[in-house]
Each structure stands twice: as C-alpha cells, then as structure tokens.
Design a protein around this ligand. Structure first.
Ligand SMILES: Cc1cc2nc3c(=O)[nH]c(=O)nc-3n(C[C@H](O)[C@H](O)[C@H](O)COP(=O)(O)OP(=O)(O)OC[C@H]3O[C@@H](n4cnc5c(N)ncnc54)[C@H](O)[C@@H]3O)c2cc1C
Length: 524
C-alpha cells in the first residue's frame, strides 16, 4: 500500500464511487473489505492514521464477552463467539487462544463461575476454544505463579481469544486494498455535499499533509467514525440529535514479571461492579479497564488520576507484588462509541450491540459493537448500504476470507510473527539493529512500515505499526529520533522535518507516561 498508488486510483476513478466510507478504524475498514470483496468500488477516508481512534486502544480480546453473559444477553455473546472463531480461522497469525483464570477467594465462587463459564463455552458451539474447568488451589497457583495467595481457595480456567488490535487493523487495510479498495490516511472529511432533495451525494476531504481539498461523489456514504459519529452526522444535519454516549477506558502496562507465566487473570467483580483483566501481551502485562463517561471524544484522550489509582488498587488485591505508579510502563486510554439508550444510568449498562442508522439525508451511520464483531457489523452495513445505493445485490464473502499475512505457523518467525507471511520480506530488508534494548523492534520494521503500510509519522510507526508506545512509552521516546531519521530518508524529507517529528512524538508520548519524561534517558 502506497499513498501515491491510492492517489493514482483516486485520480483515475470516473463517476461516483459505489461507496465512500468515513473512518479508518475496525468498523470502517471492515466495511471497506466487505464492499470491495463483493466487487463494489469503495473509497475509505481516515482523518489521522488508520487505527488512531479506539481501534488501537482496546483490551486486545477477541471474545464473546463474559460480562454480557451475566447481563443475560446470550444472543450477543453467541454472535461474538462465532466471530471470534472466524477471526481465528482467517487470521491465525494475529489471534491466539489464551487461558484466563478467575481466582476464587470465597467458597461459592468456583461453582458459580464454573457454571457460567461452562455455558460460555457451550454457546460457542463448533467455534469453541476449549472447555472451562474448576481448579484446585495448587492448580491455580501453577497457572498463576504471581497471584496473591492470601485467602486463595482455587480458580476457574476458561479460554478466549487475544490479538494485537492495530496490527490486525493494518493487515485489514492491506486486505481491503488487495480486493480493490482505495484507502487514505490523513484525509479528513470536512463537508458532505447534498443534491437538490437534500440527500448526501459526496464528500469533501482535506489532505492533512498538503492542505489540499478534494471532492468526490458517492452513491452512498457510510459514517463509521466511532466516538466521532455525531460530529460527522452534524456535517449532514446540523440539528442531528446526539446518538453517542462516549465513555473512556484506561489500561496500564507493566513488566511481565508482575504476571509471570502464560495465563491471564479475569476478575469478574471489581468494587465498581465491572470486569478487570490482567493479560500477558507482547512480553508485558496489560491491566484494565475502566468505564468513565466523558463529555466529548478527542483523538488523544487522557487517563484520569482516579482511573489509574483504581486499576492499581484492584490489581494489588490479586497480584503478589502490588504494582505501584512508578512500575507503569505505559498508560493508554480509548473511547467507547456506545449508543445512547434513553436514560440508562451508567455507560457500563449501555448495549455493546451495534447500531446501523439510515439518516434522513441517506447517509448510513454504523456505530457501537466491538472489535470482535467488526466482520459481522460490516456485513450488516454493506447489505443495507448496497440496497440504499441500488447496487447490484451480491453475497458477502468475508466469513472465510483470509486476512493479509495469513499463516498458520507464524510462531516460526519469532519476534516478526505478527507480520505472518510478510515476515520473510521484512527480514530480507536486512537492518536487524534493534531500536532500543527493551523492545524487540528493528530498523527493518520502520522501513517496512513506511514503504508498505503507509506509515507517515514517527507516531504511526511507534504507536500502531509497532506497539512500542503502548508497551513502554519511555523506550518509545528514546527510539523516536532514529525512527524520524529513517522516515525522513524514506519520505525524502529534511533534517528539520525529522527533528520536528521526534519532538511531536515526545509531546504525544507524555500522555502515555505516568513517570516524568526525565526518566527516559537511555539505560546504561
Ligand atoms: C477501553 C476499551 C477496550 C475495548 N476492548 C475491546 C476488546 O478487548 N475486544 C473487543 O472486541 N472490543 C473492545 N473494545 C471495543 C472496540 O475497540 C471498538 O468497538 C472498536 O475499536 C470501534 O471501532 P470504530 O472503527 O467504530 O471506531 P474508531 O476506531 O474510533 O475509528 C473511528 C475513526 O474515524 C476517524 N474519523 C473521525 N472523524 C473523521 C472525519 N471527519 N474524517 C475522516 N475520519 C474521521 C477517527 O480518526 C477514527 O480513526 C474496547 C473499547 C474500549 C474503549
């Protein structure tokens, strides 16, 4: 994928696009794949980088949602479990089966959670990941060597999926591209054009890099802008009533020693009645999340102090070595695009189901849902959008469409396994020098990110093509100058650009750090 090639497709395109999709997160890219795979011609526009929004900031679970089970929403759980199975089947290089242990400290907990989790696996049917099992105290300790043993009675183990969200997203954009879609990052939609009857018939977008404006016509426009849904709806209708109730979720990342071993912890009931996970991820531990209503969405949301404290306190109840603020290697915050439901008391109670809304202006808005169900959401959306646009009816082929990089034995590529079948080409670039001793990322990955998957900035490389910023923000800051140099060389930019890029990244990274930036000097 190259920006120049995308612009060539754009210039050479004649007449209206079958579909223009606004938003390059899981929802929008899912729609672009589905539409392109059916043979419609589709343009996707993302205002920042692909995955800059919520889709790089999830808990990294491909799951049915144990919590929705408790809420009695069995059909939602079943649908998500099926999608979990399809995603493992279509992207085995990016999704893995992970054991989650619920540690139990009260006599009733093991039988209670044991029954619920048995049902969870039953609902998956042929897409099951493995049977749940009640564990003795000793088995629990073996599974979770760093669990707090005080009062521990036993546990229950169950299985769910785990993935790398922005890595999957980038591979999804590649899949859409291979199917004929045109996708642009740094292309912000600023206006929707309407015909004489008030129906949306195209969009105007601004190339954020050059400042140039472009206008394109579309048979149907899909608004897939997640937490920004209402802003785009207001471009079409300034009186549109808000449909999103944004709520943010925070995760803290620690060294893997806090949760040694292979398994994750699931805490089914925190003091605020929610679920908390501690999950091994890329050699680190991710702990989260919270659910805090916020007035409006921003591209770079920040954790509130009380959210950080809540996660630290809750984690300290379950981990033998309670993590402290200074142990936090990175903090990241995402915004749930939850759909408003009248007077629901808390955002935790709002539906995680997706919503498709045909606006009076003919624009199709899709929001809500979850990462796990992006494919199903896209199928639903394209069915409706195609009907609305009077496109020839074509069946959805994505249930068994392989995702770019598909490889059933990617583990053999070691640190490059998330790239799947692209790994040998990255290794062949040479440049094996690591960017920082604390993370495995190499210079070759930076070159690959720019040449092949449209990385344009240091942040694109360190936040979403690799996960450095999300794993260890201080290490990412240390890597920034070298990454900026490589980028400048690849993109034909000067030293000034490179210095500015490194400084911009340092500024962004502040939001991912709890420790002061002074601590980011290279380790001796
Ligand atoms: C804390 C948290 C944890 C989660 N954990 C999980 C999990 O473990 N598993 C799971 O299945 N789901 C999870 N989810 C849900 C999942 O992450 C989201 O449902 C999903 O990522 C939403 O994707 P999206 O594409 O709708 O939104 P986004 O990813 O936010 O994408 C919307 C995009 O639209 C772009 N945009 C906005 N305005 C414009 C414009 N004018 N022009 C062009 N582009 C524009 C934005 O820049 C953004 O990139 C979690 C969510 C949160 C918040």
């Amino acid at each position: 994928m190259k920006r120049e090639e995308m612009y060539r497709r754009l210039r050479e395109h004649e007449g209206p696009w079958d579909m223009v999709v606004i938003g390059g997160g899981a929802t929008g890219v899912g729609v672009a794949i589905d539409a392109a795979a059916r043979g419609y011609d589709v343009l996707l526009l993302e205002q920042h980088d692909f995955g800059k929004g919520t889709s790089s900031r999830s808990t990294k679970l491909v799951h049915g949602g144990v919590r929705y089970l408790e809420q009695g929403n069995l059909s939602l759980v079943m649908e998500a479990l099926k999608e979990r199975g399809l995603l493992l089947q279509n992207a085995p290089h990016l999704v893995r089966n992970l054991a989650f242990v619920v540690p139990t400290y009260d006599w009733w907990e093991s039988p209670f959670y044991g029954i619920g989790l048995k049902l969870y696996n039953l609902l998956a049917g042929k897409y099951g990941f493995g049977s749940s099992k009640i564990l003795s105290r000793e088995e629990t300790l073996q599974s979770l060597p760093t669990i707090n043993t005080e009062g521990l009675r036993g546990g229950v183990v169950y299985y769910d999926g785990q993935f790398d969200d922005s890595r999957l997203l980038i591979n999804l954009t590649a899949t859409a591209f291979e199917r004929g879609a045109t996708l642009l990052n740094y292309a912000q939609v600023t206006m929707l054009s309407k015909d004489d009857d008030g129906f949306v018939e195209g969009v105007r977008f601004r190339d954020v890099e050059t400042g140039e404006n472009h206008t394109v016509a579309a048979r149907v426009v899909v608004n897939a802008t997640g937490p920004f849904t209402d802003e785009v709806r207001r471009l079409a209708d300034s009186n549109a009533r808000p449909m999103i109730a944004p709520s943010q979720g925070v995760h803290l990342v620690f060294d893997h020693s806090f949760l040694s071993g292979e398994n994750a912890i699931m805490v089914p009931h925190t003091s605020d009645g929610r679920v908390l996970f501690a999950i091994p991820w890329h050699g680190h531990v991710v702990v989260g999340t919270t659910d805090t209503p916020i007035p409006a969405a921003t591209l770079e949301p920040e954790a509130f102090d009380q959210e950080v404290e809540f996660i630290l306190q809750t984690a300290s109840l379950y981990l033998a070595h309670p993590p402290r603020r200074e142990d936090v290697l990175a903090v990241f915050t995402g915004i749930r695009p939850l759909v408003r439901a009248g007077d629901a008391g808390s955002t935790a109670a709002l539906s995680r189901d997706h919503t498709i809304r045909i606006e009076e202006t003919g624009m199709v808005t899709i929001c809500g849902g979850k990462w796990t169900t992006y494919r199903h959401m896209a199928e639903d959306c394209v069915n409706q959008a195609a009907t609305l646009a009077r496109l020839a009816e074509r069946p959805c082929p994505t249930a068994d469409l392989r995702i770019h990089g598909y490889d059933q034995d990617a583990a053999r590529f070691g640190a490059l396994r998330v790239y799947g079948s692209d790994a040998p080409a990255i290794a062949a670039l040479g440049m094996p020098a690591q960017l920082d001793p604390s993370l495995p990322y190499t210079e070759a990955e930076v070159v690959w990110a720019v040449r092949e998957v449209m990385a344009r900035t240091v942040e694109d490389v360190l936040a979403r093509r690799t996960r450095a910023l999300f794993l260890n923000a201080a290490a990412a800051v240390r890597m920034a100058p070298r990454v900026a140099e490589i980028l400048a060389r690849e993109l034909g930019r000067g030293e000034d650009w490179s210095a500015r890029e490194a400084a911009n990244f340092r500024e962004t990274a502040r939001r991912y750090l709890i420790r002061p930036l002074l601590d980011t000097a290279a380790p001796r």
